[in-house]
Design a protein around this ligand. Sequence first.
Ligand code: APR
Length: 244
Amino acid sequence: MMFKHIVILTGAGISAESGIPVFRSETGLWENHRIEDVCVPEALIRDPLTVHEFYNTMRRSLPSKEPNPAHRAIARLQQEWPAQGGQVTLITQNIDDLHERAGSMQVIHMHGALKSIWCTACGRRFYWDEDSSPDSKCPHCGKPALRPDIVFFGEMPYHMDEISDALSDCDLFLAVGTSGVVYPAAGFCQYARAAKALCVEFNLEKSAVASNFHYGRYSKAGVTVPSFVEELLTSGKAQGWNEA
Ligand code: APR
């Protein structure tokens, strides 16, 4: 087997074919909302109802979205690669639950998750599948101090120690459907390169950090990711990479 530890980073583009809008496009999610109204810590103080409602709307839409072939291919790789002696770490910037619903068991949600809520009074997190509001009470301490468990701009992404360990250990790094403009995720490829990993991006077009990758597959992730995974599982090698 060629690769012992594969690290996969996904972004909004992997869920685009499932009908979830990406952030940076002409019809993107932020179009009707200013980031500073819904995705910064100050917004929670200024207008918490708007912040809760913004994420309620997204959470409510999840049951109508289905994982697509790219999510399923990654879940398949996670399930089958260990049988070949390897390991797959999946990191997502997405707050949707499509990786889980595709069958991925271990998903590192570095920007938080819609199906989670965080009590700022007692610090506990809970699985959360309903609407929340500034009046919602913490199931543990009872205080009305719940906030969507989302990493806002200016806040530290979650699980950075685990991510850093995985990147420094990986020999294949794949980035799927991410524009490469939001750090620290945009810099993960450089960490993986420092660990001598082969780095491949999957996108409709070259990302802002495309030059950091060895090469890319530029088409819909729902097509390119399943074929790449199939190739990996059958040959153990990365499609299109000439080692010479
Ligand atoms: N297949 C592959 N790539 C696609 C597809 C598709 N079907 N559709 C869109 N893309 C690509 C776009 O070309 C773009 O490069 O997905 C990328 C989406 O970019 P962004 O909208 O910037 O999403 P992302 O990179 O995940 O954003 C990072 O920014 O707003 C914050 O916290 C938010 O997690 C998010 C972070």
